[in-house]
Each structure stands twice: as structure tokens, then as C-alpha cells.
Design a protein around this ligand. Sequence first.
Ligand SMILES: [Zn+2]
Ligand SMILES: [Zn+2]
Length: 164
Amino acid sequence: MDALAFIAVLIGFILLMEAVAWITHKYVMHGFLWSLHKSHHEPRKGTFEKNDWFAVFFAIPSMILMYFGVHGTPLALAAGLGILGYGLIYFFFHDILVHRRIDFGLRPKKGYLARVVQAHRLHHAVEGKHGCVSFGFIFAPSPQRLKTMLAATQDKTMRAPAKA
Ligand SMILES: [Zn+2]
Ligand SMILES: [Zn+2]
């Protein structure tokens, strides 16, 4: 099999998952499945939160694709690994860098990673499900742009600044 095609599909699926995550976060998690995502917008009690079910949901297509990948359709393996890769990037950015569920002491001060962290902090600047900004991860808009978007949204309640 063509290694280039394999890599292209893998990277393509990482990028595709950013779009899927953005749409799911904005319209599903802040929509009809807010009941699960709400746990992530409130202080966590214990190790897990209901919101972690989304990671389980996204692991299912990844595992199915990898199954077909090792049983005769190699490009399906690339697609499955792409979804897994996005999951790992998301876990590193979101759960480690921003929310410090495992704290390695990483505090990016400048550059791309600082921008990713700031963009997601601004996602959490609003109380409740309405009027939030910044639903993706890999493509993090600049903090200035997000603050302008936040200021322009009427339908929101700002959250008291967190200590973390
Ligand atoms: Zn959210
Ligand atoms: Zn978050």
C-alpha cells in the first residue's frame, strides 16, 4: 500500500475530527446533550465527569475503523488512527494543558500552545450553555478575536473569574 496515501488519510482524519468536534461541541454538547456536557462547565466532583462519555462515543468509530483496517482495508486503519490521534491531541490540550487533570506543571506562556489554552479558557468564561465562544482546539482563534466575539454576544452570563 501507498505510504503517502496512508499518511494523507491519517492527517485528513485528524483535521476532519477538528471539524466534527467543533460542530458536536457547539450544536450537540451545548444543545440537546447539554445534560452530559454540563458536568464539564461545573466544578468536577471526583475523577470523572459525565462529559467523559463523549470520549467513549468517539472511540467507537475509531475502533470499528481500526478493526476493518487490520482485516483487509488498510486505509480504514489510517482513518481510525486519525480519530485516535485527534483524541490524544484533544486529551493533551484540553485535559492536561487547560484543565490539568494530570498536572505535569506545563504552563505555556507564549506561542501556539498558550493560544490554545487561552482560547479554551475563554470558552469557559461564560456561565451555562448559551453565548460561549471557541468550540474547537487545533484552530484556536486569537484571544482578541474571541473577546470581541464575547463582547458582541448578548445572550450570556459571564462567569466569576476562576482561581485556577
Ligand atoms: Zn463547552
Ligand atoms: Zn474545557
